[in-house]
Design a protein around this ligand. Structure first.
Ligand code: AHR
Length: 519
């Protein structure tokens, strides 16, 4: 695996290159135009997903008020505290596939009286409904986040869904508002987003887009929240290469539709039966993970082109409400719990996705990584009373300045290529924005696990004296934190000074960098 540096690279995956002799090359240069503000990067792009799956909620976050593990009304203090540092803007709940078998009335009232069900999607384990509507809203309140509730279309009815929305949002005198008050919350809950079903093409009912579009129209007719607190309504869309859902929904379900959701996971091999290992993987799987991650851009472009045709006024958002890495489960764990290790590779994947989402900020106004704790590409891993922060956690932390920042156009010239066997990906991925504090922030990712790259920086509209920020990298591609070595990988401070009016940043191999530009 070598790097080449041809000059004609814009973005995306390059194919049919006659790799791999490295010619003499020009310096990679990044120009940020601070005079041309683009779309605001909605903070909800940094949303999270918490499903009733494995130890994602139970154990990982919820231990119950009686637990010896320090908690606030059942929610772990350590985990909530760490998540608060990420400024988590939004949490999606209760699924995922779980959502389409979830009946909200099972999760209200005294916990001791709630029914125990079987979580048929995820490991066949008992679900005691200890976390229900009130507990979820307590969590988001503790986090200072907004709520994204996913309704049950698959096994529910329009009446059940309408009554859940009424239970959560009703301000007036209604028996459901009174029941909510009796259960401890007289004031309505704020539901920022509400989705009608999940993955209707699969676990949500194996439907065709036309059939789902009719159901979406049918159900949303009866979802009557007070106008000032009406959640943004989301239709469950397609995944991967399938654009039919966006086509049909933006055409047939556009009334009362705020957004179409989309799911895309990065599997190193692309094979669901043998996805690839989370740790101890070969460089070929580092490379294929980069290739497959960058396909997010292509998927968004194709769907946005359809939206631009059917919704030129850009009323409909395109929400990637499930994304992230999906590996073979950790050996010896319940396969239904989707537990996997999280390494430097995951942080690079997260940062590449962030840069792609920023580039589509006008349509991609919300996303949710899957998932928040102990499941798939998690921020946090827990074991009994211990917890550790993953490289993905640190990527989120480093990108906090991009929340609600204004995107700025960039030009990346003379980019490197990282590749093998006639295929390559751009060596450097970049993004820039003006933060809410007025500073220009730049993010750089080096996809090459072997070679550092020098990037010269130029900001039109601003003199550069220095840059200051953080860098996340490590010696091994699969560097990760463990309970024995919880700080094996974490960001380090970074700064560089301009010289002769120019500033060059050395981006280490396999690294994520975020810094502010100082005058
Ligand atoms: O995130 C895990 C699962 O992946 C979700 O429940 C489902 O929507 C998707 O297939």
């Amino acid at each position: 695996m070598k790097a080449i540096k041809p000059s004609l690279i814009a973005a995306g995956v390059l194919t049919a290159l006659s790799v791999l002799a490295a010619p003499a090359f020009a310096q990679v240069s990044l120009r940020v135009d601070a005079n041309q503000p683009g779309a605001v990067i909605n903070k909800d792009v940094y949303g999270q997903f918490a499903e009733h799956l494995g130890t994602g909620i139970y154990e990982g976050m919820w231990v119950g008020p009686e637990s010896k593990i320090p908690n606030v009304r059942g929610w772990r203090k350590d985990v909530v505290g760490a998540l608060k540092d990420l400024h988590v803007p939004l949490v999606r709940w209760p699924g995922g596939c779980f959502a389409d078998e979830y009946h909200w009335r099972d999760g209200i009232g005294p916990r001791s009286k709630r029914p125990v069900k079987v979580n048929t999607n995820w490991g066949g384990v008992p679900e005691n409904n200890a976390v229900g509507t009130h507990e979820f809203f307590d969590l988001v309140e503790q986090l200072g986040a907004d709520a994204y509730v996913n309704g049950n279309l698959g096994t529910g009815t329009p009446q059940e869904m309408a009554e859940w929305v009424e239970y959560m949002t009703s301000e007036g005198k209604s028996s459901l508002a009174e029941l909510r008050a009796k259960n401890g919350h007289p004031a309505p809950f704020k539901v920022a987003y509400f989705a009608v079903g999940n993955e209707a093409w699969g676990c949500g009912g194996n439907m065709k887009p036309e059939y789902y579009a009719s159901l979406y129209n049918h159900y949303t007719t009866f979802l009557k929240a007070p106008p000032n607190v009406r959640p943004k309504m989301i239709a469950s869309g397609g995944n991967d290469n399938d654009t039919a859902w966006t086509e049909v929904l933006s055409r047939d379900a556009a009334r009362g539709l705020d957004a179409i959701s989309f799911h895309y996971y990065t599997l190193p091999t692309g094979n669901w039966d043998k996805k690839g290992a989370a740790i101890g993987f070969p460089e070929t799987e580092w490379f294929s993970t980069m290739v497959r991650t960058l396909r997010m851009d292509e998927h968004i472009r194709k769907n946005v082109a359809i939206l631009d045709k059917n919704d030129p006024q850009k009323k409909i958002g395109f929400y990637v409400d499930e994304w992230g890495t999906w590996y073979d489960v950790e050996p010896g764990t319940n396969p239904g719990f989707l537990f996997q290790r999280n390494t430097l590779r995951d942080a690079v994947v997260a940062a590449l996705n962030f840069n792609i989402f920023h580039a589509h900020a006008d349509r991609v106004r919300m996303t949710n990584i899957a998932q928040m704790v102990n499941v798939l590409q998690a921020m946090i891993i827990t074991e009994k009373d211990k917890m550790l922060l993953t490289p993905t956690y640190y990527a989120y932390q480093m990108y906090v300045p991009f929340q609600d920042a204004t995107s700025l156009p960039i030009t990346l010239a003379n980019n490197t290529v990282y590749g093998e066997n006639g295929q390559g990906v751009p060596g450097i991925s970049a993004s820039a924005a003006r933060g809410k504090d007025g500073k220009v922030y730049v993010a750089l990712v080096n996809t090459n696990p072997r070679e550092a790259t020098d990037v010269t920086l130029d900001v039109a509209g601003q003199a550069i004296g220095a840059v200051r920020g953080q860098v996340l990298t490590a010696a091994a591609m699969d560097a990760h934190n463990t309970f024995e070595q919880p700080q094996a990988i974490k960001p380090a401070p970074f700064s560089a000074q301009a010289a002769g009016g120019k500033l060059t940043v050395k981006v280490p191999a396999k690294a994520v960098m975020v810094f502010s530009v100082e005058g």
